[in-house]
Design a protein around this ligand. Structure first.
Ligand SMILES: [Zn+2]
Length: 439
């Protein structure tokens, strides 16, 4: 018995409390009653609460396919479902389902509002586990609520499948196409293609697919549907050729923008290649000179204005030297000005100047980037045409979140598990409705 504190709005502020009362309040099932509720103990310790359900005598049974009333056929053996635990005690539902003879669907199991297919958890329990699995790791969720890891995985899978089936894709105007590395090795199978919505009002993961081919991207666009693809205004991506071609064919009306984040990544890689090659040559020539490049990798990759203290002194010394690495770094830093222009014309002029300098730098990796930028000049300048329309930095932000998730091991042994986890945390999916929110 719980004597609750006064609630002024209700006529009977406190009531005698039975578990049945709670269940009737939070989890009513039309056509069924909570018949018998027992607490089982072992060695004096409460072990589980068993809730036996019965069909309501006056209500007709329904077909599980169409949910229309149908005449009874026979009764199956009793089944059990694990429900949301109460005060740390496991709760189980018991019920012997009947079969009905539906005029349309034939002999099928009756509709059970707490059940979904052949699952052994109630839908409320699946929603409960799925919500916790967004705050905790799947393993922790399984441990705390005393279910298997698979039970958590299946619950999240059900939650996500519902969300994907019910999500709204109207109003998606800008998307980002990205790829990330996943697992071991560099085969095509170890990459994921991702589609993000990057509109100012909504950023979310729209699609994740295995591989980074045209086929994967086409699958993604198919998942969005032709109405969404044809309504796109901006597409943001790297200079990866298969992506560019697919988008040109399928969403020709959209302005294709090369993403700042990806270009910075190419520049950083080029500086790192120059540094590594030079460091190798210097080690052969003299120890002292090689020392100057040692441990500079992270300093070089950082934006110049963000380098402080000792690292700054070391960087100054490096710049004063005639090292190739210093020249490469300086080129990379100079390129940052590009993004500050407001006018497409001036940005274009800067791009000409920068690529001209890079081509004369005698640094092969920098020349390679310069050639790449020249080849994609118009797409690059689209960045200024789309300014203010797409959420700058959205691709980078989502990419970082996904990297953290895929690197930190959550026990996603398979692609399918990882796919579900990514949609669950970054998809902003709608959630299945329920009569009560357990958490
Ligand atoms: Zn039916």
């Amino acid at each position: 018995m719980i004597a609750s504190t006064e609630e002024p709005s209700t006529r009977r502020p406190a009531i005698q409390l039975k578990v049945r009362t709670i269940l009737n309040r939070i989890q009513p099932h039309a056509g069924f009653v909570f018949h018998d509720i027992r607490l089982w103990s072992r060695g004096g310790q409460p072990e589980r609460i068993e809730v036996t359900l019965r069909a309501h005598a006056g209500m007709s049974r329904r077909c599980s396919q169409c949910q229309r009333p149908a005449p009874g056929y026979d009764q199956l053996e009793e089944r059990t479902w694990q429900h949301v635990p109460l005060w740390g005690i496991a709760v189980w539902f018991r019920y012997a389902p009947r079969r009905v003879e539906c005029p349309e669907h034939g002999v099928v199991v009756e509709h059970l509002p707490w059940n979904e297919g052949k699952r052994t958890l109630t839908t409320a329990m699946m929603g409960f586990l799925a919500r916790w699995a967004r705050r905790l790791s799947w393993r922790e969720t399984a441990q705390i609520f005393q279910v298997s890891w698979e039970a958590v995985y299946r619950s999240v899978g059900w939650f996500v499948a519902w969300g994907l089936a019910h999500r709204e894709l109207e109003g998606v105007e800008s998307i980002g196409v990205d790829e990330i590395h996943w697992g071991r090795g560099l085969r095509a199978q170890n990459f994921l293609t991702l589609l993000y919505q990057i509109d100012g009002h909504c950023r979310r993961l729209l699609f994740v697919g295995k591989g980074r081919s045209q086929r994967t991207l086409r699958q993604g666009l198919k998942a969005l549907g032709p109405a969404v693809v044809q309504g796109l205004r901006f597409v943001c991506s790297d200079m990866w050729k298969p992506y560019l071609e697919v988008m040109r064919v399928q969403a020709g009306q959209a302005l294709h923008v090369l993403d700042r984040f990806h270009i910075t990544m190419h520049l950083n890689q080029a500086v790192d290649q120059v540094r590594r090659a030079e460091s190798g040559r210097l080690r052969v020539a003299s120890q002292a000179a090689a020392q100057q490049l040692k441990h500079t990798r992270w300093t070089l990759l950082r934006r110049g204005s963000r380098v402080r203290g000792k690292a700054r002194q070391k960087l100054q010394a490096l710049l004063a030297s005639k090292l190739q690495t210093a020249r490469a770094w300086e080129l990379k830093e100079t390129f940052a000005h590009f993004w500050k222009y407001r006018s497409v014309t001036w940005a274009g002029a800067f791009l000409d100047y920068w690529t001209w300098r890079a081509m004369r730098s005698r640094l092969e990796p920098m020349k390679k980037v310069a050639r790449m930028l020249r080849a994609h000049e118009s797409l690059l300048l689209n960045w200024f045409r789309a300014k203010g329309e797409i959420s700058a930095g959205a691709v980078e932000g989502l990419n970082n979140k996904i990297r953290v998730m895929t690197r930190r091991s959550y026990g996603f042994r398979t692609f399918a598990a990882m796919e579900v986890a990514l949609y669950h945390t970054l998809g902003r999916l709608p959630e299945p409705e329920s009569t009560h929110r357990y958490c």
